[in-house]
Design a protein around this ligand. Sequence first.
Ligand SMILES: Cc1ncc(COP(=O)(O)O)c(C=O)c1O
Length: 419
Amino acid sequence: MIQNNPALIAAIRDRFAHVDSCPFQGERIFFENAGGALTLKSVVETSAFYAAIPDNPGRINPAGQGTQNVINKAKDDLAVFMNASTGQFFAGESGTELLFRLIRTACLAAPKGAKVIGSSIEHPATRSAARRWAEIAGLDYVNVPHNDETGLVTVEDYAALMTPDVAVATILHASPVTGMGMDVAAISAATRAVAPNCMIIVDGIQHAAHGQVDLDAYTVDGYVISPYKVFSRHGYGIAWISDRLSVTSHDMLIDAPATGWEFGTRDAGSYATVSDVVAYFDWLGGEVSNETDPRKRIEAAGRAIHAYETHLTNTAINGLGNLPGLRDMEHVTILAGADNPAREGLVSVVVNGKASEDVVETLNQQGIRTHTRKADHYSGNVLTPLGLTDCIRISFCHYNTEQEIARLLAAIKVLGDDG
Ligand SMILES: Cc1ncc(COP(=O)(O)O)c(C=O)c1O
């Protein structure tokens, strides 16, 4: 357990850069984890080391072989981290770019007249890709409406619209606007029950830092994460694809190996930082359990993170000591319900009568970093049906503390006093 274990929380915080101060601002509390999580100190060191190496991975010399081994190890580490006994991992420009590439490939391989299914809860990275490539490939797009009250789409919602001619399905694992996690395994199983050969592509970008990923259990064909949202750094995304998607006709160099998906010279440093992330989860798993098996330690870490983040979001919602929680503040509205069990480390709120941008700025001035989500092309799908033009996203991670939440609650409480 991370909760009530100050020594462990201190040890966790010590592993991250800029945990309580920002080089541009000074002292600050970081509740903008859905915009990009804190970076492991090990990732910073590793990045500097590999940035200075001029050799191309794979060349027959000690540096070329050394960096290739680093890439191979990162892929092995990812297979443990995400529990993938088949398929392959590769890096691309970003999570968005990889989702577009996977969805484009799946749509172009689908039979004419087939369908693509996805949900209105999704981030535009999958929605835009699916709609665009469905149209180009002559496929019909089927939208599964999400539930505005719960901020979720369920297996029943998907099942109601599934037909045997669905060739491509997209699923969002967790929403960066409502904070709710979807049941990917159930949605995937229900999809396959009706259309067994459907290509299923999952956006795991918001989920990955908050719990566990279990690709063997999901039986999907693609799963994408953005490492800067899982304690690594910006500049690349990671995709896993199934053996089936690997061999599907895709963009590649003429005469290159048929299952290759990587484009151009690899950045060994980005892969090396993935191994740092997996090593961190492994360390944490060892702190919260007696497991010796690497996958079991990662699962233990995931459970501990989920439990502690639930404690943190409950603290923000229900209050701490004498401080009222967000649910008790009359001037605050919580999106997707105060008692939503699907919540993953994130609470979005509106302060009645105040523009979210102004609230975020007021909090910033007090050294509390949150973020405004506007009803634009990123978040309009969630906010517009609720009649909202914006909201304040407060996103936690397992290195945050109750004391930090107390500071947040005190700052938001005051906003109700001045009209
Ligand atoms: C669910 C989800 N999908 C896609 C993205 C876009 O990711 P990226 O900017 O890394 O491409 C984000 C970013 O926060 C996200 O939360």
